[in-house]
Design a protein around this ligand. Structure first.
Ligand code: GRF
Length: 222
């Protein structure tokens, strides 16, 4: 038997005992919200300690503030090159001693110096069934291709974009009359379910990798 990650108050953990999660987000932050809500649940065992955005106008920052979480903005435009931006972001995140780093709609490619600082600790969510439709327009590209099923992939981040070991995937059927917004909305519902679960598992050290394969060492609710 495996102990549940949350959903029980038997654990009696204080915030100080919680696993520390940093979230990077560029936009609306509905996935951040799902994490904040999960972390607020009894016995969650994780706390979002910092929300970072590359965009000062990201609504994700507002969501962080409303939840009482520290927020920060690191703008590429304030750095002479990508490597300096990466280092600034890495140092800011590393200073919080995170157990997991979550990319929740973070629309920048992270360089090797960032990725290497948090090996097998960075989780991304992507709105397609990888390896199909990598890149920034996955939902649009899936619709344009005419697929009948797409979905989301929650995966560990490596040095290639939308590429690391898969933690969870969920299929979402394309419906007649779907446009990018309606399909993305249904995909997000799956992301909101799976991302907090994956982040909780990574933060608590329950994920092992062997090449591309990730092994989850806890029971997963269906
Ligand atoms: C998500 O669908 C994520 O997969 C993609 O961007 C979207 C972010 O949505 N990379 P939100 O900002 O969390 O609402």
């Amino acid at each position: 038997m495996h102990e549940p990650l949350w959903g029980t108050d038997e654990a009696g953990e204080s915030v100080a005992d919680s696993k520390r999660v940093v979230v990077l987000a560029s936009g609306n932050g509905s996935n951040l919200q799902a994490l904040l809500d999960a972390a607020a649940g009894p016995g969650a065992g994780m706390a979002v300690v910092l929300v970072v955005s590359d965009r000062p106008d990201a609504y994700a920052l507002e969501r962080g503030k409303q939840a009482g979480v520290d927020t920060a903005v690191v703008r590429p435009a304030d750095h002479p090159d990508r490597q300096t931006f990466d280092r600034a972001l890495r140092d800011l995140v590393a200073a919080t001693r995170p157990d997991a780093v979550c990319l929740a709609g973070f629309m920048r490619i992270l360089g090797p110096e960032f990725v290497r600082a948090f090996p097998d600790r960075i989780v991304n969510t992507h709105p397609s069934l990888l390896p199909a439709f990598r890149g920034a327009h996955a939902v649009r590209d899936a619709l344009a291709y005419g697929v009948r099923v797409t979905g989301c992939t929650v995966h560990l981040v490596d040095e290639e974009v939308d590429h690391g070991p898969v933690l969870f995937q969920a299929a979402v059927p394309v419906e007649d009359g779907d446009d990018e917004a309606s399909l993305h909305e249904r995909i997000k519902r799956e992301e909101h379910r799976l991302l907090p679960l994956a982040v909780g598992l990574v933060a608590s050290g329950r994920v092992r990798t062997d090449g591309r394969r990730a092994w989850l060492t806890a029971e997963v609710p269906r």
